[in-house]
Design a protein around this ligand. Structure first.
Ligand SMILES: Cc1ncc(COP(=O)(O)O)c(C=O)c1O
Length: 383
């Protein structure tokens, strides 16, 4: 049967790593998971309890397309609490994860063939979703001295209709401060390009609070999710904030594409937003893991990285050891029993020289993983 060229997107290599790790476990091996991009913790207890109670007397039918009004209001309140931004709940749209928000945003903002600049390394699905929508991803190679975030000089000579940034970013964990984000917003204004900010790792930050684009402008799309800080990946619920005059357009797209985000997940998400104690307890673990990684990775020979400001990843240049990060990751899995992600998912050009290490799991796992990595590297004479 015929197929489209649009649908010919690349696979997500980390999924292949996860499958290889699963196979190794099925063969009886003990694997430390540093490949996964998700919390090892469940949704907050308060969220699960609220859902159990709601299910007793609610049929959980469709919600309105823009999301439960109480959830939209609570998300708007979060912008006051976290950033001192006064946000009108009518601009908040609840989505099926941030992934659903990308589909809505790209559909609402761009026509077929238009170009959207994305920093490389970056989250791979931006590129693949753009391609699947007949849009053109424009990979912008970012510089180590800019902590692998795009800067206006990388973009000035290029033609594009949109710019997508992430702060804290996946895979690097680096952030854009207010001045850096402001300069990108100004450039987009000059070029009449849409500015989209992926803020999915907000809440998981270590030194300074992450800046939301909404502190700087209302003329942007901000995308966020309950997947990371709120520890609800599989619940598939996120949100997007758009300018006033875009809401109705997004509503029509959302009605037709998804009808609504999962109703039970919206109920749980609303309650999760008040589970601060439990969520901050997760942060204590991430903070300890990050410190352990910052010390342990260089001792294992992995010292070429920008210290991450947020999220739960270290993105390491391994060009001193290999030119084939995929094969190197395979050797680390086979010989050390540690699953890590090769960089090609994030950067088609330089990713053969990089690995991403996630520290989203327990501190005991991180300690064991670092010890195994050190042994692996020592056996090769690299440390
Ligand atoms: C930067 C970034 N954005 C978006 C997503 C997608 O998240 P979700 O659809 O679960 O909200 C991820 C997942 O890892 C991510 O790392």
């Amino acid at each position: 049967m015929r197929t489209s060229r649009r649908g010919a997107v690349d696979p997500f290599i980390v999924m292949d790593v996860m499958e290889a790790a699963r196979q190794a476990e099925a063969d009886g091996r003990h694997i430390i998971h540093m490949e996964v991009g998700q919390p090892g913790t469940a949704a907050p207890e308060g969220a699960r309890k609220a859902l159990t109670e709601a299910m007793a007397d609610d049929a959980m039918g469709y919600t309105v397309a823009l999301g439960l009004p109480a959830l939209r209001a609570r998300i708007a309140q979060l912008y006051g609490e976290w950033y001192n931004v006064d946000l009108d709940p009518s601009r908040v749209i609840v989505t099926p994860g941030s992934s659903g928000a990308f589909l809505l945003a790209f559909s609402a903002l761009f026509d077929a063939g238009e170009r959207v600049a994305i920093g490389a390394p970056g989250y791979p699905s931006y590129r693949q979703i753009l391609k699947a929508l007949s849009l053109q991803p424009l990979d912008v190679q970012t510089a180590p001295e800019n902590r692998l975030q795009p800067v206006p000089d990388d973009l000035r000579s290029l033609d594009f209709e949109g710019l997508m940034v992430a702060s804290p970013a996946n895979p690097t964990g680096t952030m854009l401060d207010s001045a850096a984000m402001g300069s990108l917003i100004d450039l987009c204004r000059e070029k009449d390009a849409a500015f989209i900010s992926d803020e999915i790792y907000h809440g998981i930050e270590y030194e300074a609070k992450a800046v939301t684009a909404l502190e700087l402008t209302d003329e942007c799309y901000v995308i966020n999710s309950f997947s990371k800080y709120f520890s609800m990946t599989g619940w598939r619920v996120g949100w997007m904030v758009v300018p006033d005059d875009h809401v109705r357009k997004i509503e029509r797209l959302a009605q037709n594409m998804f009808i609504c985000a999962s109703h039970p997940s919206q109920v749980a998400a609303l309650a999760a937003m008040d589970c601060t104690e439990e969520l901050e307890a997760n942060m204590v673990v991430y903070r300890a893991n990050r410190a352990m990684m910052a010390e342990g990775l260089p001792k294992a020979g992995f010292s070429e990285f920008a210290p991450p400001d947020g999220a739960f990843y270290f993105y390491v240049d391994v060009s001193a050891f290999t030119q084939d990060s995929r094969a190197f990751a395979r050797e680390i899995l086979d010989e050390a029993g540690v699953a890590v992600t090769p960089g090609m998912d994030f950067d088609p050009v330089r990713g053969h020289q990089t690995l991403r290490f996630s520290y989203a799991r327990s501190t005991a796992d991180i300690e064991e993983g670092l010890a195994r990595l050190k042994m692996f590297m020592a056996a090769r004479g690299f440390v």
